[in-house]
Design a protein around this ligand. Structure first.
Ligand code: ATP
Ligand code: MG
Ligand code: MG
Length: 397
């Protein structure tokens, strides 16, 4: 929380880096930071300002993120590789301590919001393809040019690029920057974002009036409200490199957010770039259907890990014994035949049938999606296609 070692409580109008950046509005937050829309008074443009929690471990994580983002920016001077661009970084002293701050380009809403705006129905296959291409360009860049594994690819960490750019197009966006702290402003930084508010209002079926000014900040909100995606290119960028790492031969440990976690990570047999590809496939399925591909729960006498492995095998078939037995945790979950110890009866329900029977896709569409995703969801990490190979897949072209 907002205490020593924790978040920095900012208010609109607060200045950073010797006055250069002025806080406008909170865009989001994570376990490590709060992220603000800020105005860069030197270059007259809007940027995103990630203010890290101040405790030592958080500061260290931010420095690591800066190292990776610097390499990313250096290798992509034209900023065309679908990865967020780092613009600056500095330290900010506040009442809760010294906060490492990252300045990046200002992006739009996350894919998670896009999925939610579409009321968990999926966003349409053309958009799934467009976004997939964009994410794959980013992954190919990270993997083959830089040697970086993201390790936490998920809809929250992919942000849309809005073509309505308030700094380039102030008239259309109707937005003028806040440069002063408002008198008597008690804003403490814990106010829910406009988009969250919209979701709640929609849940109550209230008709919300959207002011012009907020449209520009919400990025997607207005467009989605009008049920059109005008102004949204559907290009997107990968963000959040707090957990990313340089690839090396013997990486191990718990990475990824549960539903997007690859099988080799669960059994503890080490991971590489192909773990990101697994997460990518889970995310593409979610964009297409609005539902998580795998949503494991702890069940009677079995752990979340075991349920997760069972769900994978129900959709993708039996895990090859070589893979099932290769990890540090294999013996906890599998017997010597390569069957799960505690979940005995699996109901095989292959991906293509799931798409037809549960999500009402036509046979043609289901065949197309499954044809694209199935090879990426190979239990054997080395068999998965690379991002570059996926980009050549006919389903995307
Ligand atoms: P986590 O707990 O996931 O590690 P974090 O503290 O590292 O989170 P980020 O994931 O980098 O923080 O950012 C948190 C949120 O802030 C994002 O999910 C997104 O909603 C918003 N955000 C981050 N960067 C930007 C940006 N460049 N433009 C607009 N919004 C952003
Ligand atoms: Mg995040
Ligand atoms: Mg992070």
């Amino acid at each position: 929380g907002y205490r020593k070692g924790g978040y920095h409580a900012a208010r609109p109008g607060d200045r950073f880096a010797g006055g250069r950046f002025v806080a406008q509005r909170k865009l989001g937050w994570g376990n490590f930071s709060t992220v603000w829309l800020a105005y860069d008074t030197l270059l007259s443009r809007f940027v995103a300002l990630k203010i890290q929690k101040s405790a030592r471990d958080y500061a260290q994580a931010a420095l690591h993120e800066i190292e990776l983002l610097s390499a990313i920016a250096k290798g992509d001077p034209t900023n065309s590789k679908s990865v967020v661009q780092l613009l600056d970084h500095f330290k900010h002293a506040g009442p809760n301590g010294l906060h490492v701050c990252l300045v990046t380009e200002f992006l739009g809403d996350s894919l998670l919001r896009l999925i939610r705006y579409n009321r968990n129905k999926g966003i349409g296959l053309n958009r799934v393809k467009e976004i997939s291409r964009s994410v794959l360009v980013g992954l190919d860049y990270l993997h083959s040019e830089l040697g970086i594994i993201h390790t936490d690819l998920k809809p929250e960490n992919v942000l849309l690029v809005s073509t309505i750019n308030p700094s380039k197009d102030p008239v259309r966006s109707g937005f003028t920057p806040i440069l002063e702290r408002a008198e008597g402003n008690q804003y403490s930084g814990t106010v829910i974002s406009f988009s969250e508010k919209m979701l709640r209002m929609r849940a109550r079926h209230a008709v919300a009036k959207i002011s012009q000014r907020r449209v520009s900040l919400g990025g997607l909100v207005a467009e989605m409200e009008e049920r059109s995606l005008d102004g949204i290119s559907l290009k997107c960028k990968i963000v959040d490199f707090g957990n990313a790492c340089w690839a090396s031969p013997q990486l191990a440990g718990d990475i990824q957010t549960r539903p997007y976690r690859a099988p080799e990570v669960i059994v503890g047999s080490g991971y590489s770039y192909s773990a990101d590809m697994w997460s990518f496939a889970c995310m593409a399925f979610e964009l297409a259907t609005g539902d998580l591909l795998f949503d494991p729960r702890t069940c009677q006498g079995c752990s979340e890990d075991e349920d997760h492995l069972a769900l994978m095998m129900e959709t993708l078939g039996k895990m090859p014994k070589k893979i099932a037995s290769s990890g540090t945790r294999s013996k906890d979950y599998f017997d010597r035949h390569g069957d799960l110890k505690r979940i005995r009866r699996l109901k095989f329900f292959p991906l293509e049938r799931v798409l037809i029977e549960r999500y009402n896709f036509t046979e043609h569409d289901a065949h197309g999606i499954a044809g694209f995703l199935r090879p990426i969801l190979d239990f054997t990490p080395e068999n998965r296609p690379t991002a570059a190979e996926c980009l050549k897949h006919p389903w995307l072209n």
